[in-house]
Design a binder for this molecule. Structure first.
Ligand SMILES: Nc1nc2c(ncn2[C@@H]2O[C@H](COP(=O)(O)OP(=O)(O)O)[C@@H](O)[C@H]2O)c(=O)[nH]1
Ligand SMILES: [Mg+2]
Ligand SMILES: [Zn+2]
Length: 351
């Protein structure tokens, strides 16, 4: 393996002169877990940390190394650990807006060639959400491919209908597949090329980790079924770059609701679902969005990202609703109940 196999192409080559440093080599960030890093080069993958100087120089969290970044590092302890000195500029990136007090960005992954935007064609199907991911990919100069999973749960006609809906609204390639029957998986696999980097994006429970496991050919990363609807959920806690046997690299991500992709500008059209998504970013897990400090919902209203009127109706409704007291996981289980909640909420708003 050489660096080129890991994605160090002409673009990085062209930028490399000013990043060369005595006693150091280039490596790629393969995982990030709260301030600790794994970096990978031609021969090894080792834990690494930032030099104090670099940590000090980095002004904003978006400039911290993220999975997929190229760095200049030196190795110590017989090459079993490393120190990161420099971070290369990003050729492409995937980032989300945070809904904190200041509208800021959080990096999801860097130097991604193609983003797989994964939706289940069962209950998760939502062309508008797909559209938001497309905006995110375009923003970071990443090519998008839409993946519809769980085709085994709907009829051929229903699937054709869904593909038609998507094709009508987006230009991206659409691939439908089932991780259960394997139908469509070949077409998906053909989109992977050696030396290129791919990222799986999409809500929790749509089958991203299952796709990764299928590619690896075994159950390496845990997935978990949670309901009787054929859906399930699993929280991928850290982002890790996996080199597949064919030479393509793939990064799995946690669900974007957990990542809070629903941020600036999305809330008003989104309706009440936006509150649920935003509240994932509140400082306190049990935030009532009424008076707590660090409340992402109120911050979004102050920024004008969410309408104050909707907020008032929401506060009124949530007081009536037992639904509010549930954790996100419980909510997913009760998705049907949530659907009814939204419906009745909308009806009451009309009245
Ligand atoms: N019926 C069906 N279930 C699937 C399919 N793909 C994944 N699942 C199930 O959906 C659940 C969530 O999958 P997971 O890969 O953890 O989703 P992630 O949160 O997107 O990573 C698991 O129970 C999987 O077995 C599929 O194509 N069809
Ligand atoms: Mg997962
Ligand atoms: Zn709040």
């Amino acid at each position: 393996m050489n660096l080129r196999d890991l994605g160090f192409d002409e673009w990085f080559e062209a930028h490399s002169a000013e990043f060369r440093q005595e006693g150091c080599g280039f490596a790629r960030i393969s995982a990030v877990d709260r301030g600790s890093y794994l970096i990978k080069n031609e021969s090894r993958e080792v834990p690494a940390e930032l030099t104090g100087k670099l940590a000090y120089q980095i002004g904003s969290t978006v400039d911290l190394p993220c999975v997929g970044d190229w760095v200049t590092a030196n190795y110590y302890n017989n090459g079993t650990a490393a120190i990161i000195h420099r971070v290369f500029p990003r050729k492409t990136f995937l980032r989300r807006k945070t809904a904190g007090e200041n509208v800021d960005y959080q990096m999801i992954a860097a130097n991604i060639d193609t983003a797989y935007i994964v939706q289940s064609c069962h209950v998760d199907f939502n062309p508008r959400r797909l559209d938001r991911y497309l905006v995110m990919a375009a923003d970071g100069h990443v090519e998008p491919i839409a993946i519809l999973t769980k085709t085994d749960l709907i009829s051929r006609d229903e699937l054709d209908q869904k593909i038609a809906i998507i094709s009508a609204v987006i230009k991206a390639k659409v691939i439908a597949l089932s991780n259960i029957t394997g139908i469509g998986f070949d077409a998906f696999q053909h989109t992977l090329s050696p030396g290129k980097t791919y990222c799986l994006l999409g809500s929790s429970g749509v089958g991203k980790t299952t796709i990764l496991n299928r590619l690896i050919g075994r159950e390496t990363f845990a997935t978990k079924a949670v309901s009787l609807t054929g859906e399930g959920t699993h929280t991928t806690s850290r982002r890790q770059l996996i080199v597949l046997s064919g030479g393509a690299m793939l990064i799995d991500t946690p669900g974007m609701r957990e990542l809070g992709i629903v941020g600036a500008g999305d809330g008003v059209e989104m309706g009440f679902e936006a509150f649920v998504a935003l509240s994932a970013n509140c400082r306190y897990a049990n935030c009532t969005h009424e008076h707590e400090p660090g409340c992402a919902v109120r911050a979004a209203i102050e920024n004008g990202e969410l309408s104050g009127d909707r907020y008032s109706s929401y506060i009124k409704l949530k007081k009536e609703s037992e639904f509010y007291g549930m954790s996100y996981l419980e909510k997913r289980k009760k998705e049907k109940a949530f659907g009814r909640f939204i419906k009745s909420a909308k009806k009451r708003m009309k009245d």
